[in-house]
Unconditional design. Structure first.
Lengths: 429, 429
C-alpha cells in the first residue's frame, strides 16, 4: 500500500461499514421508486428486531460506535458515478429502469434521523418518516449491526488466527461452490447483503461465485457490488409492500384486497422477470386461491417461508388450475438456503418449472463453528415496518415463527385472510 | 499497491525467485567461512540430483526460464544491509561470528558459472570451482528448481482456485502448529529453505511459527528471513564437510581420520551450541565408537538419517559410555519430520536429553493432496558435492537409500568405516 492510501485511511475517524447509498439490495430501490410514485405521503416506522435473543447485541457492540456508523450513513449521498450507473445501466433487460424524477430525488436524498436506545442487552433502533426514505435504512442498518458484531468478535484475535479463520471460511464457501458447480442448469444469485459477515466478505463471496459458477451465477442483490463486479443486480419486491398497504386499509374488505393492490401497482410498472409474486405475507394458499386471473399470468413466484417444497407444489398446482404451464414459470427459493437444500430443491423441481435460488446468509455469513462459543454464527436480525400512518403492520408468513404484529391484529388478519393452522419451522437466519 | 511499485515490478524481465545471497541456510555461511580458512584451494563439483525420477523436471520447467533464474542469482551481490547484519548481529550468543577477512571476501563474491544440460526428462546442473564459492550454489539452486516446479503447476490455475489452495495450505500449517503448541518445552526451528514451495510461502510459515509457538520457535535456517523477521538464524554444519575432507584423503588411514579432522577444525572455530556432531555420513555407530573423547564433550548430535529413535538411543548410550550425562546434551532431529513424528520423538526423549527439531520440507512445502495428481507434492531433490580435487565423494548415511558415490568407492568406504548391513528407510523428502 502506498503512503497516500495509508494516510487517507488514517484520516477516517471511524472505519465505516457502509460507504455508499447503493450498498443495499436492488429490490429496495425498485420498491422505493414504486412507493415514491404510489404512496409518497405515507409515514412509516421501521424497527430493528433481533429474533435471536441469545445474542446480546448491546453487550457486544458499543453504543458510541454504533452511533458513529449510523451517523456516517446519514452523511452519505448518491455519488455521480452511482447515479450514472443507476440511470444508464440495463436492469432485467430494461434501460432507464429508474425514472428521471425518482433519480432527481435520490440524488439529493439524505437518510432520515434514527432513534437509538439501549433496552437491557438489546438495542431499540427505529426510523420514522416518509416511507420511501425510511425504507432505505433497512439494509444498511442490518449490515452495520451484523458487521459490528463480527468486529467485536474479531477484535480479540491475533493476526494469524484471523488469517486462518478467513482461510477456513474461504475454503468452506469454495467447497459449497464446488458442490453447486455439479448442478447442470443451476440459476443462483447472492441475496446475502443484510446479514453478511462484512462488506469485504460479501464482495469476496460474489467474486468466488463469478469464477466458480460462471453463467450459472445470475448476479447479486447488492447494487454496489453488482456495479463494481459488473454482474446483474437481482431482486423484485418484498413483504413491506403488502404489509404497509394492508396497514393502510380502512376496512376488512380493503384489507383483503390490499395485497392484490400492491401487485396491481407493480403490474403497471414492471413486466417479464420482475413480475414475481411473493405470496406468503398472509398465507400462500389463501392468497393464491383468491388471486385474480391476471396474476397467474405473472412470470413466477418467490418462496420465502414455510416448507419450500410444499410452497413450490402449491404454486405448481395453482398454475395448473389456472390453465398455465408451470414449465414456463419460475420459482425462486430464498428462505434459509444452504447447499444441501439447494441441491434437493433443484433435483425435485428442475424440469417441472424454472428454478432459481436467492442464497443469503449461509453464503455471506457462514462462520459457524470457526471460533470458540460459535460467536460468529449468523443470527436472525430483521428490520421491518411496524406501523404505517399510525396503524400497526402485520405479517403472518407461512411459518408462525416469523409472524409479526399485535396479537389482536394477527387474529384479525388470520380471519380476513382465512389462515388456519400453520406448521412451525425453526428460524435460523 | 502504488503505481511506482507496480512499475518497478514490471521492469523485471523475470520474476526472480532468489533475490539475495543470504536467502540461504545459515550453516552454509558457517561452513563457507570454515572452508575459506581451512581448505581455500580445494576444487569441487556440486551436482543436482533428483532422487524422485517420477518428477520430470525438464518437462515441467522451461530451460530458458531456469537459465534466467540462475543468471539472476549470478548477478546478486551481498548488499550493504546484509553485510551489516552478518557483521553486527549476534549469532548463537556470539558477536562477530563472521571474521572480517571472510566478510571482505563475501562482499565481493559473485557465484561461479553453472553448467546446465537437459538429459531426457531431467536436468543435469553442475557447478565447478573453489569449494567455498561453489558450495553457496546448493541452496539457491534447489530453491529455484522447487519454486519453478511450483509455478509450473500454479500457472494453470485460476485466481480463486489459487486463493483456496493457499487457504487450505495455510489451514494445514496452522493446524500443525496448534498440535505443536500443546508440547511443553518444545524447541523447533525452520529448516525448510531448500525444498520450500516458494520464498513467500516459507516466509509466511516462519511468521506463523513465530505467532503460534512464541519462544518455543527457536528460529529459521534462512538468513534473509531471520534478518527480516528478527529471529535467530539456526544451523551448524552438514555432510559436505566430511564428504569433501574424505575425498581429499590419500590413504585409507587418512580416510578413516577425515571425519574427525572436520570436527577438529570446527572445534577450533566454534563452541557451545555450535558444537553439534553430525555422525551419520559414514554410519553413526562406527563413527561414535571410534570417536576421540573430546568429541563426547560436544554439546549435541544431529540425527539426519535412519530410524531417528534408534539414532538417538545410540547417542545416549555413547554419551553414557563416555561418562557424559545425556541430560546435559542436545539431540537435534532433522530428517523427514512431520508433526506426528515430532510429537512421538519429543515424548520419547524429552527429559532424557535436550531435544530440538529442525523441521524442513513438511513445514514449508506440504501441499500434498491439494491439487489434482498431487502435482505439488514435495520430492527429493538434492545438490551435493560429487567430487573434490578430482576424487569422487561418497556418502553412506544410516539409510542405504541415501547413499551416494561410485559403487566401488562405496564398498571401500564401507570397509574403512566398518559399516555392515543397514536398514532401508523410504526417502520422501
Amino acid at each position: 500500500m502506498d503512503i497516500a492510501t495509508r494516510v487517507y485511511n488514517h484520516k477516517w475517524k471511524i472505519d465505516p461499514i457502509v460507504r455508499s447509498l447503493i450498498d443495499t439490495d436492488f429490490y429496495k430501490l425498485l420498491m422505493c421508486q414504486s412507493v415514491f410514485r404510489n404512496k409518497p405521503e405515507t409515514i412509516v416506522t421501521f424497527s430493528l428486531i433481533n429474533r435471536s435473543s441469545s445474542v446480546p447485541l448491546a453487550k457486544l457492540i458499543d453504543e458510541g460506535e454504533l452511533r458513529e456508523q449510523l451517523d456516517h450513513i446519514r452523511s452519505l449521498r448518491l455519488s455521480r458515478g452511482e447515479s450514472t450507473w443507476l440511470r444508464g445501466n440495463m436492469f432485467y433487460g430494461k434501460r432507464q429502469m429508474f425514472r428521471p424524477d425518482f433519480m432527481e430525488w435520490f440524488e439529493h436524498l439524505q437518510l432520515p434521523p434514527y432513534h437509538l436506545e439501549r433496552r437491557g442487552d438489546q438495542y431499540e433502533l427505529t426510523f420514522e418518516g416518509k416511507w420511501h426514505e425510511v425504507m432505505l435504512w433497512e439494509i444498511p442498518a442490518l449490515a452495520v449491526l451484523m458487521e459490528l458484531r463480527s468486529r467485536a468478535v474479531l477484535n480479540g484475535m491475533r493476526r494469524f488466527e484471523l488469517q486462518i479463520l478467513y482461510a477456513r471460511a474461504m475454503t468452506r464457501v469454495w467447497e459449497k461452490i464446488e458442490q453447486l458447480r455439479k448442478i447442470e442448469g443451476l440459476g443462483i444469485a447472492d441475496f446475502g447483503t443484510r446479514r453478511r459477515h462484512s462488506f469485504l466478505w460479501q464482495d469476496w463471496c460474489v467474486q468466488a461465485m463469478i469464477e466458480g459458477l460462471g453463467a450459472n451465477f445470475s448476479g447479486t442483490s447488492n447494487c454496489l457490488i453488482a456495479m463494481r463486479r459488473e454482474v446483474e443486480a437481482i431482486g423484485t419486491n418484498a413483504h413491506e409492500l403488502p404489509m404497509v398497504y394492508s396497514a393502510l386499509a380502512d376496512t376488512d374488505d380493503a384489507l383483503a384486497q390490499a395485497p392484490y393492490d400492491v401487485l396491481s401497482d407493480w403490474h403497471e410498472e414492471h413486466d417479464g422477470n420482475l413480475r414475481i409474486i411473493l405470496p406468503d405475507t398472509y398465507g400462500t394458499e389463501g392468497f393464491l386461491d383468491r388471486a385474480p386471473d391476471w396474476l397467474a399470468g405473472w412470470t413466477g413466484i418467490r418462496i420465502d417461508s414455510g416448507d419450500p417444497a410444499k410452497g413450490a407444489e402449491t404454486a405448481i398446482k395453482w398454475w395448473k388450475a389456472r390453465g398455465e404451464d408451470p414449465r414456463d414459470k419460475r420459482i425462486i427459493f430464498s428462505d434459509g438456503l444452504d447447499v444441501e437444500k439447494i441441491i434437493e430443491l433443484h433435483t425435485q423441481f428442475a424440469g417441472r418449472t424454472k428454478v432459481s435460488f436467492g442464497w443469503g446468509t449461509l453464503l455471506t455469513n457462514d462462520f459457524r463453528g470457526l471460533v470458540p462459543n460459535d460467536a460468529l454464527a449468523p443470527f436472525s436480525l430483521v428490520c421491518k415496518a411496524i406501523s404505517a400512518n399510525g396503524h400497526p403492520t402485520v405479517k403472518l408468513s407461512d411459518n408462525p415463527e416469523k409472524a409479526m404484529g399485535p396479537p389482536e391484529e394477527i387474529e384479525r388478519y388470520k380471519r380476513v385472510f382465512g389462515v388456519g393452522a400453520q406448521e412451525s419451522v425453526e428460524v435460523i437466519v
